[in-house]
Design a protein around this ligand. Sequence first.
Ligand code: NCD
Length: 321
Amino acid sequence: MPVMEHITKIESEYKNKDILSLSQFDKKSLELLFQKTDDLQKHGDFSNILKGALATLLFFEPSSRTFGSFAAGVKLLGGNTLEFQNPGQTSSSVKGETLEDSIRVFSEYSDIIVLRHPDVGAATRAAQASNIPVINAGDGVGEHPTQALLDLYTISSKSGRLENLTIVLAGDMKNGRTVHSLLKGLSFFKNNTVYLLSPKTLKLPESMIDSLTEDGLTIHEIDSESDVPKNADVWYWTRIQKERFSDHNEYEKVKNTYIVTPEFLHTYGNETLVLMHPLPRVGEITPEVDADKRAIYFSDQIKNGLFIRMTLISLVLGRLK
Ligand code: NCD
């Protein structure tokens, strides 16, 4: 039975919901979150919103930004965190404890659990074992909903809209969970066209192409840089997901396929383009590109990641009206 059958739609009511997949969202729920995020950023004094609340951060896979922004966000809101980085080596899971049992325990201590795990569907399993809300901070090659929320919010603020967009997504379409979630989000809005630039071996799974097309997204799969359209509004570059390869030689063959350099940007990018990356980058955008005003992976995306997560947790915990 597909795990996603159990997930609840948001329908503009975030309180007590698990946040597991972009499939739970719709246009209105996203717009509500973005409005609340704008309000929180402008409001300034948010230091008591999560007073007395405790968030457990359980990260079984490495993380810098997602972990850091959740930890910082909860603390900036006046809440506390119980932090496990690498619980696969530091918690009772070393002794063989199941994910479900760990979740049962942490859901007694805290108000919300943020989980990153290498297995697809792990966050949904955790939500079923938990009596407090669970946020999926990345489940293997599955989804990364909070990254997509910050990406959509960033596109909306930079481009002024989430419809009628032409977006190039480049890199690992097969294993990249950030693109899986982002594409679902883009499919909620009218008249969006995406170009998926990836090596032939790392294409988006057929089933995803089918369901996204059914939802109205226009998809062009390309594998040559020369097919990148010059009228794109957004480029969303990603790394090839090395840790998902069982054969290291296969990774070596594809690792540096598409690299954004100043020359590439000059040839294919236009003046109003927005260049995004979920980070970490490992060579697919050269450092000389960072100073270009169109590159926003170290500025808008980072700041928005903090505020989207702060707003999301506050809504889920019923602390924001
Ligand atoms: C991404 C992830 O973990 O999926 N990182 C992140 O959270 N921003 C992207 C990646 O690791 O390539």
